[in-house]
Ligand binder design. Structure first.
Ligand code: NAD
Length: 425
C-alpha cells in the first residue's frame, strides 16, 4: 500500500476505485515503496470558474477541472467531459486511467482529463461555444502541444475541439493545431479520428472472438451508450458481420432479435441528438440490456454500471469495456472468482484506439504532413495488436487477469520513467 493517503479533494467512489486498482496492481508487481506515491497521485489539478453569458443576457458561472496525473513520460493527454455529474474525483480517476493507457499502448504521453459540470443538452449552440472557449482560455497557461493536449470525451465533440484550438491559437497569434486533438479535418484533424475508439473496440472484439472460435457472423452484441464510441463500435462490428441486438442511450434502450439497423439508429442520433425517436426495436431498460444473453456486451457510456448486483447476472461471453471504468472493483473481483469463462477486455486496452489516433493526429500536426484514412487505420490496428500481445504475454507469464496484466504493464512503464528521471532537485 502507498503511504500517502489520498487527498480528500478527490474523494469520490470512482477515485477510490482507481486507487484500489492501483494498489492491487502495485502489490502484484512489488512496485518499490520509493516510487509508489509518486506514481499513484495526480501531479496537479486546476479548478476553474467559468463565467459565460447566456442567450438571455444573464451571466452563469460553471465549474470546470483539469487534472494532470502524469507528466513524466511526455505531455499529458486526455479528453474533456461535459456532464452534470462531473466531479474533481471523477476527473482525477479518469486522468489516472489515461496514464496507464498511454503507457500500455506505448505512446510518449502522460495522462490527464478535464471536465465541466454542465448538461450540454440544456445549452444552445452559441452558449456551448462560449463555455468551450472559456474553458480553454482559462487553461491556456496550463496546456499546449508539449504540456497537455485535450481531446473529446462524453458530452464534447469535434466541433468543440475546433473552438478550443481556435481559442488557444488566438492567444498565440498563429494556428497551433497540435494543441488539441479530435478536431475537424479542416483544422488539422486526422482521418479516422472520429471513428477511432469504436473501430479499435471492434478490432479487439473480433480478435478475442477469434480466440473463442466464434466467427463475427455468429456473434450477437449489446451496447450501452450510443454516442461517439458506442455508435461507431456498433457500425464497425455490424460491418464485420456481427448482429447488434440491443442499443441504448440516456433516453432509453432498444432490443431487436433480428438485428438493429445501426445506420438508421446513427441517422436518428445525427438528426435528433438521441435515440428517443428510434423505432427499430422494442423498449428495454439498462438493466435488461446489461444482463441480456449475448456473445458480446459493450458498456460504452459511463463508469460503474457493472456493480456487484449486476455481475452475477451477466450472460455474455465477452465483456468489452469501451467506457472507462464500467466495472466496479467489487464486481470485478466477483467476476474473477466466479466467472473464469468470461473474457474481459479491460478499458485501458479496449478503448485505447481513441488516444492512439489522437497521437497520430498530433504527429501529423507537428510534421504538417497528413496521412490517408487507410494508413491511419492500419497503424491503429497494428499498435492495438502490439498492446494486446503484450497484455497476453504478461497474463500468461504471471497468471494475472487481463485487467491486472494491462494495468501492471502501464503502471510499470510510468514508474520506470519516473525512476529513470530521478528526483529534481
Ligand atoms: P458521448 O457523449 O459521445 O456518448 C455517451 C453516450 O452514453 C450517449 O449515447 C449517452 O446518451 C449515453 N449515456 C449516458 N448516460 C447513459 C445511461 N445512464 N444509460 C445509457 N446510456 C447513457 O461520449 P463518448 O465519447 O462516446 O464516451 C463514452 C465512453 O467512452 C466514456 O466512458 C468515455 O470516457 C469513453 N471513451 C471515449 C473516447 C473518445 O474518443 N470519445 C475514448 C476513450 C474512451
Amino acid at each position: 500500500m502507498s503511504k500517502l493517503p489520498s487527498s480528500p479533494i478527490y474523494s469520490s467512489d470512482v477515485y477510490l476505485m482507481a486507487c484500489k486498482q492501483f494498489d492491487r496492481a502495485a502489490d502484484a508487481i512489488n512496485l518499490p515503496e520509493t516510487i509508489r506515491d509518486r506514481t499513484k497521485h495526480p501531479r496537479r489539478a486546476v479548478v476553474l470558474s467559468l463565467p459565460i453569458q447566456r442567450d438571455d443576457g444573464t451571466v452563469q458561472v460553471f465549474e470546470g477541472y483539469r487534472v494532470q496525473h502524469n507528466l513524466s513520460n511526455g505531455p499529458a493527454k486526455g479528453g474533456v467531459r461535459f456532464h452534470p455529474e462531473v466531479s474533481l474525483g471523477e476527473v482525477a480517476a479518469l486522468a489516472m486511467w489515461m496514464s496507464w493507457k498511454t503507457a500500455l499502448v506505448g505512446l510518449p504521453y502522460g495522462g490527464a482529463k478535464g471536465g465541466v459540470i454542465v448538461d450540454p443538452s440544456r445549452l444552445s449552440e452559441r452558449e456551448l461555444e462560449r463555455l468551450a472557449r472559456r474553458y480553454m482560455q482559462e487553461l491556456v497557461p496550463f496546456v499546449g502541444p508539449h504540456v497537455d493536449v485535450p481531446a473529446p470525451d462524453v458530452g464534447t465533440n469535434e466541433r468543440m475541439m475546433g473552438w478550443m484550438v481556435d481559442t488557444w491559437s488566438n492567444h498565440r497569434g498563429r494556428l497551433e493545431p497540435a494543441a488539441v486533438t479530435g478536431k475537424p479535418l479542416a483544422l488539422g484533424g486526422s482521418q479516422g479520428r472520429r471513428e477511432a475508439t469504436g473501430a479499435g473496440v471492434a478490432y479487439l472484439v473480433s480478435r478475442y472472438l477469434e480466440d473463442l472460435g466464434v466467427p463475427p457472423s455468429e456473434a450477437t452484441v449489446a451496447i450501452q451508450g450510443f454516442g461517439n464510441v458506442g455508435g461507431e463500435a456498433a457500425r464497425a462490428l455490424a460491418r464485420r458481420g456481427a448482429k447488434i441486438v440491443a442499443i441504448s442511450d440516456h433516453t432509453g434502450g432498444y432490443f431487436n432479435a433480428r438485428g438493429i439497423d445501426v445506420e438508421k439508429a446513427l441517422a436518428c442520433v445525427a438528426t435528433t441528438r438521441d435515440l428517443r425517436a428510434f423505432d427499430g426495436g422494442d423498449a428495454l431498460s439498462n438493466e435488461q440490456l446489461l444482463t441480456l444473453e449475448c456473445t458480446v456486451l459493450i458498456p460504452a457510456a459511463l463508469e460503474r454500471v457493472i456493480t456487484p448486483e449486476i455481475a452475477p447476472r451477466l450472460r455474455c461471453r465477452l465483456l468489452a469495456e469501451a467506457a472507462n471504468g464500467p466495472t466496479t472493483f467489487a464486481a470485478d473481483r466477483w467476476l474473477e472468482e466466479n466467472r473464469p469463462d468470461l473474457e474481459i477486455i479491460p478499458d485501458v486496452l479496449c478503448n485505447a484506439g481513441g488516444v492512439i489516433v489522437s497521437y497520430f493526429e498530433w504527429i501529423q500536426n507537428l510534421e504538417n504532413y497528413y496521412w490517408t484514412r487507410d494508413e491511419v487505420l492500419e497503424k491503429l490496428f497494428l499498435q492495438l495488436e502490439r498492446a494486446r500481445e503484450a497484455v497476453e504475454r504478461q497474463r500468461s507469464r504471471y497468471k494475472f487477469t487481463r485487467r491486472l496484466a494491462a494495468q501492471t504493464l502501464g503502471i510499470q512503464r510510468v514508474a520506470d520513467a519516473k525512476m529513470a528521471r530521478g528526483l529534481y532537485p
